[in-house]
Design a protein around this ligand. Structure first.
Ligand code: SF4
Length: 342
């Protein structure tokens, strides 16, 4: 009998393959017409928000998407959960292709995948009391057979996220930012999700409250076993919470790997730039100082080669001509940069 134990990777909760997203900047019929060589042409401007990103989230893990504002990480989150229709590519949730699943068949997926947004105040209906906010999804998804049972479950959930039963009768404006995010989390958990998409859930909160909310999310994840796609621009938050991560730039993934691989050995110049921008008192920082220079180029007119060319201190002629393909530098650690061409 073979007694050797082999570690199987956890099943994939989410798999995203070559996902693309575009937005059309059309102002109106006549404004969109232009004359070219004597002919009338249609002049649609297209924002290339996602340019073929691929990653997967294993069951029970926290996968982070990081990058500067405008890199496409929030668009990726909204596309994955089908708040935005993908332009191309594939989204597999627990093996089921949901990329173009009709709205009427998305009900179960919508219940299982819940989203926590950045601003807890705009996520909550100011006219509803907290008890109504949490009872609503319970009754809608028939997870409580009547109002009394829904209220009992709602109060349990509030206690689980660190609020008191008497809070249930108040309105959102009567809470602090941190408390409101706790209410949002309680509402998300009400439908017993197996996948949470958290889009910058702490960036609108005071630093002193951020750690409380992150720890709460982690405790609830361990208790309830959901997987999580975590969107953030703050690397210290990502280090605290993620198992694996992908670094995004102008709608593409430039580097991805485990937390240890990326934090101990960042390889892509953009990842290094992000790390060097994090203040540290460490005398031996992970990367040499490499201040972020320039702005993210327009996503309307994408460069032909590497999107990072104009800002990269290591740029070479080939970088301007050829888009760098992703390479696996060590098991699970992928980088898209010509510096590592074989
Ligand atoms: Fe810099 Fe070239 Fe690598 Fe792009 S491909 S990050 S320009 S070295």
């Amino acid at each position: 009998m073979n007694t050797q134990q082999t570690t199987q990777p956890a099943p994939k909760a989410l798999e995203v393959n070559n996902l693309q997203q575009r937005f059309y900047l059309t102002k109106g019929f006549f404004q969109s017409l232009r004359r070219e060589d004597g002919r009338i042409c249609w002049n649609d401007k297209v924002v290339h928000a996602l340019n073929g990103i691929s990653f997967d989230v294993q069951e029970g893990e926290v996968y982070a998407l990081v990058g500067e504002s405008g890199c496409g990480k929030s668009t990726a989150a909204k596309t994955v959960i089908r708040l935005l229709e993908p332009a191309a590519g594939q989204i597999l949730y627990k093996g089921q292709d949901i990329s173009h699943l009709p709205e009427q068949k998305l009900g179960k997926v919508r219940r299982e995948m819940q989203m926590i947004f950045q601003d807890p105040y705009t996520s909550l209906n100011p006219r509803q009391r907290v008890i109504d906010i949490i009872c609503e999804p319970l009754l809608f998804h028939k997870l409580a057979s009547n109002r009394a049972e829904a209220e009992e479950k709602a109060v349990d959930l509030l206690q689980k996220v660190g609020l008191r039963p008497e809070h249930s009768r108040r309105y959102p404006h009567q809470f602090s930012g941190g408390q409101r995010q706790r209410i949002v989390i309680a509402r998300s958990l009400a439908v017993e999700p197996s996948f949470i998409i958290a889009d910058e859930p702490v960036s609108a909160l005071d630093v002193s409250i951020q750690a409380q909310i992150l720890n709460l999310l982690m405790d609830l994840k361990d208790e309830m076993g959901f997987s999580c796609l975590f969107i953030a621009h703050d690397l210290s938050v990502v280090r605290h919470i993620s198992d694996r991560l992908a670094c995004m730039y102008l709608g593409s993934i430039v580097e991805k790997g485990s937390k240890d691989q990326i934090f101990e050995n960042p390889m892509h110049p953009y990842t290094k730039m992000l790390f060097s921008a994090v203040p540290t008192i460490d005398e031996d920082p992970i990367v040499e100082e490499m201040p972020i220079k320039g702005e993210i180029p327009s996503a309307v007119n994408l460069p032909q080669g590497c999107y990072f060319y104009d800002r990269c201190p290591y740029a070479m002629p080939i970088c301007q001509q050829e888009f760098p393909e992703e390479r696996e530098m060590e098991p699970g650690h992928f980088v898209a940069c010509h510096l590592y061409d074989a």
